[in-house]
Every structure is written in structure tokens, then in C-alpha cells.
Ligand binder design. Structure first.
Ligand code: 5GP
Length: 291
């Protein structure tokens, strides 16, 4: 039987495909550059959920490491029984673990890392907490996807993956999110694959998400630890939100109403930690998270 030729692409489709290819090349070049400069951990790239990176060859990524180069990268791949044509998205769990050992990614006994969810009302200090945990090699802080616009200084792939509504919906439909929710008119979601991969590598994974997302994790991941961060008092939270300054009175009222709802969910969590002194809170959090 004769095969029919593939359907010809319209000019518009060809343009879109070229644009996408260009974007992919740009993403890959940027990831390699950051790895070379030591600004990005190679496992952040290996667990990057973007298609452009998942289609990249493992060997190209390893070769970008300073002091490794193509020859050593080939050797590492051979020693770990990974085909030189393997793409990042195709790495199996055992191969990932083997690479983790090879590149000494984790000081933790790499059995399997815990999953920890941190939630709490806006203004309670969640980002200060996660920023401190980021410095601790036992933890990996999940990078969420969102449809909201980047704020000044926020970086793609570091603070969030900034997606269009269409792309976000595609990822929901294909089951790529561990959880997702709407918050203040935008969508936010946790990419599933990097969470699983980092846990395989032995890191304790932290999700800093709002309450509806925390509830979904409770449903789907029985072993997760859900931690609620509470302010020392309601008055203190009001004071902290007010000191953010730039909000209009309406916006502030809306934030307070939302915070009230969020506070009401505290009892659903495994633990409530009061953010009175941040150092104290972190040490309590670390012992819960690594238990
Ligand atoms: P912001 O826009 O200020 O960065 O975040 C707004 C809210 O979205 C915060 O409460 C934050 O915890 C939450 N959030 C961030 N990422 C995620 C996510 O992946 N899933 C869910 N459910 N909430 C998220």
C-alpha cells in the first residue's frame, strides 16, 4: 500500500514551528550557560519540566559542566550504562539515581526524600522561610508554574515557570500537575515530574502553595507532611499586611478577607507552626520535614 505524503504545513504553521524551535534553542543555550557559570545545579536542569529541556540530550548537559567536557561526560554515561543518545525526559529512576551518586548531588541517604507542604496566610513570612531552606542541601524547593505576569526581578524557571493560559490548560489536561489551584485570578500549579525526581535523588521536597492545593496533595500523596505557618496573632498579621504599603484600601481589605479564610483551614494540617521567631520556626520545621 502506498503511504500518503504528510500533510503540507501552512505558512502560518511553518512559522509557528520555526519560532518554537528558536525558543527551544534559546532555552537550551541559556541552561548550558548557567550550568557552566555554576549558577544552575545540573539536577535543576535534569528536572526542568519544560519540553525544550526535556528533549535535550543528557550528554550535552553533562558536557556543559565546568571541568567535565565531552570526553568525561561520555565516560560517566558509559559507566552508568546510559545510552549517549538518551534525552533528559527519558531518564529512568535508576539512571537518575546513578547520576545523582556520580555527581554527588545529595548528602542525604538517597532512599527517598519526604514531601512537605507549607501553607499559610499571605504576609505570614512563607517566602522568607523557603528562602532559608533553599540554602540547606537536604531540601529542594519546588518551582511552580503560573499564569500570572512576572514581577520585576522574577526569573523564568527560578521563581516560577510563567505560562500562557492555553499552555497551563494543556498541562492540566495531560496530568502534568501534582496539584493546581486558582488564586487571586491566576492559576498556579506544581509540576509533577521534578517533585518525583528530586525525591528519588533523596532530597526532601518543599511545596509552598495555597490551601486548595495543599488539600489536593493531602488526597493524592498520603505520606506528605502538611505544615501550616500561622502569625503570632491576628493583629500582627494585619500589621504585617499593612506594612506592605503599596496596596489600595480595597486590595488590603480583600487580602484580609482571604487571610481570614486561610486561617480557618489551619486545623486541617499535620502541624501548625507559629512564626514568632523565624530561626526557631525553621528549626522546628526542619525536624518535622526530615523526620
Ligand atoms: P504569588 O503570586 O504571590 O507568588 O503567590 C500567590 C499564592 O499562590 C501564594 O499563596 C502561593 O503560596 C501560592 N502558590 C504558588 N505556587 C503555587 C502552586 O504551585 N500551587 C498552588 N496551589 N499555590 C501556589
Amino acid at each position: 500500500m502506498r503511504k500518503s505524503p504528510p500533510p503540507a504545513l501552512s505558512l502560518e504553521q511553518r512559522r509557528a514551528a520555526l519560532e518554537k524551535a528558536k525558543e527551544s534553542r534559546r532555552d537550551r543555550a541559556e541552561v548550558k550557560r548557567l550550568i557552566f557559570l555554576g549558577e544552575l545545579n545540573i539536577f535543576d536542569a535534569i528536572t526542568d519540566p519544560r519540553d525544550s529541556i526535556r528533549r535535550m540530550k543528557v550528554i550535552d548537559l553533562l558536557s556543559a559542566l565546568p571541568g567535565v567536557g565531552k570526553a568525561r561526560a561520555t565516560l560517566i554515561m558509559e559507566r552508568r550504562n546510559i545510552s549517549s543518545s538518551r534525552r533528559i525526559g527519558g531518564l529512568g529512576q535508576l539512571q537518575l539515581k546513578a547520576l545523582g551518586r556520580e555527581l554527588a548531588v545529595s548528602k542525604v541517604d538517597p532512599t527517598r526524600g519526604n514531601l512537605i507542604v507549607i501553607s499559610g496566610p499571605g504576609g505570614v513570612g512563607k517566602s522568607t522561610i523557603t528562602n532559608q531552606l533553599r540554602e540547606d542541601p537536604r531540601f529542594w524547593i519546588s518551582v511552580s508554574a503560573t499564569t500570572r505576569q512576572p514581577r520585576p526581578g522574577e526569573r523564568e524557571g527560578v521563581d516560577y515557570f510563567f505560562y500562557s493560559h492555553t499552555r497551563f490548560q494543556e498541562l492540566i489536561d495531560s496530568g502534568e500537575f501534582l496539584e493546581w489551584a486558582e488564586f487571586a485570578g491566576n492559576r498556579y500549579g506544581t509540576p509533577r515530574t521534578p517533585v518525583a525526581q528530586w525525591r528519588t535523588l533523596g532530597k526532601h521536597v518543599i511545596l509552598e502553595i495555597e490551601i486548595a492545593g495543599a488539600r489536593q496533595v493531602r488526597q493524592s500523596e498520603a505520606g506528605a507532611t502538611l505544615i501550616f505557618i500561622a502569625p503570632p496573632s491576628w493583629d500582627e498579621l494585619v500589621r504585617r499586611l499593612a506594612s506592605r504599603g503599596t496596596d489600595s484600601p480595597e486590595r488590603r481589605a480583600a487580602r484580609l478577607a482571604l487571610a481570614e479564610q486561610e486561617m480557618a483551614a489551619a486545623a486541617e494540617f499535620d502541624a501548625i507552626l507559629v512564626n514568632e521567631k523565624v530561626e526557631l520556626l525553621i528549626s522546628e520545621l526542619v525536624s518535622l520535614a526530615t523526620a
